[in-house]
Design a protein around this ligand. Structure first.
Ligand SMILES: [Zn+2]
Length: 475
């Protein structure tokens, strides 16, 4: 079949095109035609004129992966404090470093994270940035995202009471006043919301990091601006007991009482929800983000996501910050499946198909982007990745979806197209200078360690822990 005389921008030919559309169609030997950033054709292979044709007879095309929750600033601190719970990790290891983050560190962290995301097949993500040690940090980060070509949901974070329960001021401010935060949030929305591929959202750190009144004001502002509101809910079990003590309500119940829940609300983690709270989430159409690797690493627990599916709740997947040690969403997806199966003693609890939904179209629903991304469909923006099957671990004999979900890795993605533009081609990122980013990130990490002081340096020099619990983790 020939598609007339029209000149398309890109013609992708592939072994399989996995659409993730409503019918979940998969086209063997497919064609995708893109013009002006829009998918104009998806279906059986056709002949067409195009400025660029990708001969992908060994490629699977699928919608770009969506990381629904991360904190890019933590990409500079991986390997510094690990194998421990949120606290002491946060207080002993994270705080002395990140309290010194300035605009240059902020942009270096965003660059290295963006690079890793592009190189592992993510095309859209949500970053929760609450490190306003300098109010221009978040602006620098937004500039990097803009430059990278990635589609992003940039969450302006708020901490006016504490940083993860930690209240004392550091020598650089992390917990800021209500007024300063509100002014900065309004200006961030004005400067960045709907600019290019950026959508802004508002994100109180958690119910313990933000005062009751301020939490309500943030929700009002989000409604006024018609942006989503994002917070960490019932991730670690301690926050539920804190909430019960303080408010006589569980964490989600309390957030619900403030008006948090609703179609535009995104609840991160949701590990410790009871049945009633899951019903609240379902009835209000609140969205959930599951971060299985970070939850496992920090010993948070296992979020009951198959119970959520049973109630019709939309769940996306996220890496969260440094605790996952990766931006590779293939790894997150596979872990979500394996963890769900073992938790429920049921191999069907979370299937390969469900994982791919969470990684693509459901993730887009969580971030409010499903009208234009999350699937390869006529009329949607072209956010597409190509996975090279010409690898021993990807030899295709059976169905393509389980192979993609259970065997593919981020570095099997050879080409990435976002908004109709080729962002990575044959593993070369075209929007960012990889070498200089790596050099700068290392320099910025060294600078943070230097600023954090002797205690952090001693921690980095400690020996291999040989017996039982390593004392340096507990000091
Ligand atoms: Zn988080």
């Amino acid at each position: 079949m020939r598609r007339g005389k029209k000149m398309y921008d890109i013609h992708i030919k592939c072994l399989y095109a996995i659409t993730m559309d409503k019918e979940k169609r998969i086209f063997p030997k497919g064609s995708i035609l893109i013009k002006d950033g829009i998918i104009e054709y998806i279906g059986k292979e056709v002949k067409a004129k195009a400025k660029k044709t990708i001969e992908g007879e060994k490629y699977i095309a699928l919608p770009g992966l969506i990381n629904c929750h991360t904190h890019v600033y933590q990409s500079l601190i991986e390997g510094i404090g690990y194998d421990m719970h949120f606290n002491p990790w946060n207080i002993l290891f994270l705080l002395p470093l990140v309290s010194h983050i300035g605009p240059e560190h902020a942009s270096a962290s965003a660059e290295i994270a963006a690079l890793e995301m592009i190189k592992s097949g993510t095309t859209a993500f949500s970053d929760h940035w609450y490190l306003h040690t300098d109010f221009s940090n978040i602006d620098k980060v937004a500039q990097v995202f803009y430059q990278s070509g990635l589609r992003n949901h940039s969450v302006f974070g708020f901490l006016n009471e504490s940083f993860a329960g930690w209240k004392k001021n550091t020598d650089t401010e992390m917990v800021r006043s209500e007024k300063a935060l509100m002014d900065a949030a309004r200006s961030f929305i004005k400067n960045w919301h709907k600019k290019g591929r950026t959508i802004v959202a508002l994100g109180p750190g958690s119910t313990e990091d933000v005062s009751r009144d301020f939490f309500k004001k943030i929700i009002v502002l989000a409604k006024e601006m018609d942006v989503s509101v994002v917070t960490h809910i019932a991730g670690w079990v301690e926050i539920v007991s804190t909430s019960l003590k303080k408010y006589k309500m569980r964490d989600l119940e309390y957030a619900h009482s403030l008006g948090f829940t609703g179609k535009n609300a995104i609840a991160i983690h949701c590990v410790w929800l009871n049945a009633e709270e899951m019903n609240i989430i379902a009835n209000t159409e609140t969205k959930v983000v599951h971060c299985p690797v970070a939850n496992m690493h920090l010993g948070y627990g296992i979020a009951p996501i198959s119970e959520m599916f049973f109630r019709g709740i939309t769940v996306g997947l996220g890496t969260d910050g440094a605790a996952s040690y990766t931006y590779d969403m293939f790894e997150i997806g596979k872990t979500a499946a394996m963890l769900g199966k073992v938790k429920n003693l049921d191999a069907e609890a979370i299937t390969a198909e469900k994982v791919l939904e969470m990684l693509t179209i459901d993730g887009a629903k969580v971030l409010g982007m499903d009208s234009f991304t999350g699937s390869i469909e006529k009329g949607k923006r072209a956010d597409i990745i190509l996975v090279d099957l010409d690898n021993p671990h990807l030899m295709l004999g059976g169905k393509p979806v389980p192979k993609i979900v259970y065997s593919a890795k981020g570095n099997d993605v050879v080409t990435s197209i976002i908004d109709g533009k080729i962002i990575m081609e044959n593993r070369k990122v075209l929007t960012m200078d990889e070498k200089s980013i790596l050099v700068k990130a290392k320099r910025m990490q060294d600078d943070l360690i230097e600023k954090a002081g002797e205690k952090t340096k001693i921690l980095l020099r400690t020996n291999w822990p040989t017996r039982g619990k390593a004392s340096w983790r507990m000091n």
